[in-house]
Ligand binder design. Sequence first.
Ligand code: NAP
Length: 293
Amino acid sequence: MTIGWMGLGLMGERMVKRVASLGEDVVAYNRSPKAIRDLPTHVRVTSDPRDAARGSRVIFLMLADGAAVEAALFESGALDAMDPGAVVVNMSTVGVEESIRFAERVERRGFGYVESPVLGTTKPAEEGKLVALVAGTEANVETALPYLRTMAHVVHRLGNVGNGSAMKLMVNYLLAMSMLSLGEALAFAERAGFDVRTALDVLATSSVWPAVYGGKRAMIETGDFTPQFPVKHLAKDVRLFTEASEHLRARTPIAGLARDLLRRASAGSFADLDMAALCSWFRDDGQGQRSDS
Ligand code: NAP
């Protein structure tokens, strides 16, 4: 038996190495050809998702969104290629209802489904220091756990499928609000005549300075927004948060504005930049031009 993997993006290419550290053979699918540095020899990369599914006891998904899961797991025929007893562990950030529907479709075919979206970005992914938000039946979660522990140093077991996604979207909503607020605050500081470094120096000594600002400070100061967590995924997560809020009738009126701002930011050249670029976006027209020039 092998381990299956789908999605070798920013996170997946790092996480698959952690799973491979257990020594089992891994078949890893990516839609587009991808050369990955220092990939262990027992990880075989394939462009056919059915290869990752066939003969695998556990198949991990770290794909962009629900549409990618739909394409890679269902439309491709990968689910049909899975062996009896196999468990799908979806680590992609998808919607709450979307994840529940994926679970139903996988379980209807007699396979297991675990959702385990993660907190943390590329560096924690490299170091095995993610936080896993795990939901699913006890038996399926037990199957996934040894592998999840290679990627995550904290594992929250949250009950039924849907709960992991709900917690992930809650966290990323606050993350989005933090970055959007910082962008606005810095745009204000600039108009008040301060450079970014001075404004950040002051903020860093205040009680409203969260860890994520410390992590993004160098990017904001240098303007190097090589993506760790791209704006387009943050926009997706806030959209999913507003959809889940509507479904749950949660009172989250500020989220609608955040969703609309992020939709605009991710429609232009900022989409693939790191979310820290939102700090420039407020001073920009979204096309790389200063809005006041
Ligand atoms: P990414 O770099 O954009 O990678 C996305 C992956 O999905 C790539 O392998 C991509 O394949 C694949 N994909 C996209 N559309 C597809 C389709 N239609 N069919 C098949 N494959 C498709 O994303 P990431 O940063 O690794 O994030 C992956 C997931 O984890 C997302 O849900 C994200 O929200 C979440 N997440 C990200 C972070 C982070 O810091 N980056 C942290 C926590 C959670 P190609 O290479 O062919 O495009």
